[in-house]
Design a binder for this molecule. Structure first.
Ligand SMILES: Nc1ncnc2c1ncn2[C@@H]1O[C@H](COP(=O)(O)OP(=O)(O)OP(=O)(O)O)[C@@H](O)[C@H]1O
Ligand SMILES: [Mg+2]
Length: 364
């Protein structure tokens, strides 16, 4: 569905939303429109304000200014439960359900089916099983949620949203920890929910996923809405330019740039570097004074390569040379001693120790 064919009225509209944190204007007159029966992707660089906008929409933060209109009525959700009861459900990257309760209980928390005043466990299990089957998930719903992988936990969270009869489903970076097959399952589910008329707001940093699933894109930059586009009308290059605020006619990467830049000496040379099940043997040169981009689909081995170079995982084939010397990378400590730094993909779990202060993290 494109902007030309969507139903006339948005199911949800945010207008002029402002939100100030101490020292940071996270949202500055931000806006967003969601139509029934669409997958809408919210894109923007780190810190653009995507999560803050979603938290305003779901009652986690009160906006300083601005309005939220749902099906023509102004709403002001005060909490996530409040937003849920209005038909707005959110599935977070870190699933916020109760790991020790059963899958069925998680779907029905707060609304257990009852019979003669007692919780009707049998009905609850049957309904939970049926809800999950709609999402192609066939599991034992009496087991604790924690017994299942994250992808299944997300499906449970989506089932819960369906059971609350959500009309708007929000997913903030739901695919970051899923493998390719799990992403495909999630996308099939989202497509079928779209067919049923649900409005789906999806936040991701993955361009391929954006183009695979969404109908429209809202680009955010510096807390503002840069623009709203039908996916078919926006090339990937144009999208990236809009996210970073580059002019439309920015020079395309490639020859001109390459020629202008003197080639530095090779600082790091990898030959046949690989690890079974993660990365097929490959060669790589990194030169002084260059910024080298690794691109590829999710699961293509980019992270795996970076981890091998840093010694976070051990290679089982190939070699690495630093300058003139062969370097047997076996631990991150060796890599750091050679002057190699690593900023992890998973900022929260690997990149920093959140219990320590900023100062302690820096000198660690
Ligand atoms: N609770 C908070 N207190 C103070 N500043 C905050 C808070 N939450 C977000 N910010 C700041 O507001 C800005 C917008 O952050 P937000 O998390 O909405 O960005 P984002 O687009 O979701 O980024 P990412 O892609 O990294 O998830 C950032 O500068 C961030 O540091
Ligand atoms: Mg975010």
């Amino acid at each position: 569905m494109t902007s030309a064919t969507h139903a006339a009225a948005p199911v949800l509209e945010l207008r002029g939303i402002c939100k100030q944190f101490p020292g940071v204007k996270a949202l500055n007159e931000a806006s967003l429109r969601l139509f029934p029966g669409e997958v809408h992707t919210l894109m923007g660089q780190n810190g653009a304000g995507k999560s803050t906008l979603i938290k305003v929409l779901t009652g986690v933060y009160a906006p300083d200014r601005g309005s939220i209109v749902m099906e023509g009525r102004a709403i002001r959700p005060q909490s996530t439960q409040d937003a849920q009861s209005l038909g707005i459900s959110t599935v977070y990257q870190e699933v916020n359900l109760c790991p020790n309760l059963s899958v069925a209980e998680n779907i029905f928390i707060g609304r257990y089916p009852r019979r003669f005043g007692m919780v009707d466990w049998r009905a609850m299990r049957a309904q939970a099983t049926a809800l999950l089957e709609r999402l192609e998930v066939r599991i034992d719903v009496s087991k604790p949620l924690a017994a299942y992988p994250l992808a299944i936990q997300q499906m449970v969270a989506i089932s819960r949203a369906l059971n609350i009869s959500a009309r708007v489903l929000i997913l903030d970076e739901p695919t970051s920890s899923l493998d390719e097959a799990e992403v495909q399952l999630l996308f099939r589910v989202l497509s079928s929910l779209r067919e049923q008329g649900m409005a789906i707001l999806f936040v991701t940093h993955f361009l391929d996923q954006t183009y695979a699933i969404s109908d429209r894109i809202t680009v955010m930059r510096n807390g503002e809405r840069e623009g709203e586009y039908a996916v078919a009308e926006l090339s990937r290059l144009a999208l990236v330019n809009k996210m970073v605020g580059a002019p439309e006619e920015a020079p395309q990467a490639g020859d001109a740039l390459q020629e202008a830049r003197p080639q530095g000496e090779v600082l790091l040379q990898a030959r046949g570097l690989g690890r079974k099940g993660a990365l097929a043997p490959m060669d790589l040169d990194i030169r002084a004074g260059e910024m080298l981009g690794l691109c590829g689909l999710l699961g293509s081995g980019r992270t795996e390569l970076a981890r091998l170079l840093f010694g976070a995982d051990r290679a089982d084939s190939g070699s690495i040379r630093i300058g003139e010397r062969a370097h047997p990378f076996s631990t991150p400590r060796d890599a750091i001693a050679e002057g190699i730094g690593f900023c992890s993909e998973d900022r929260k779990h690997e990149g920093a120790i959140l219990e320590l202060s900023v100062r302690e993290n820096v000198i660690l």
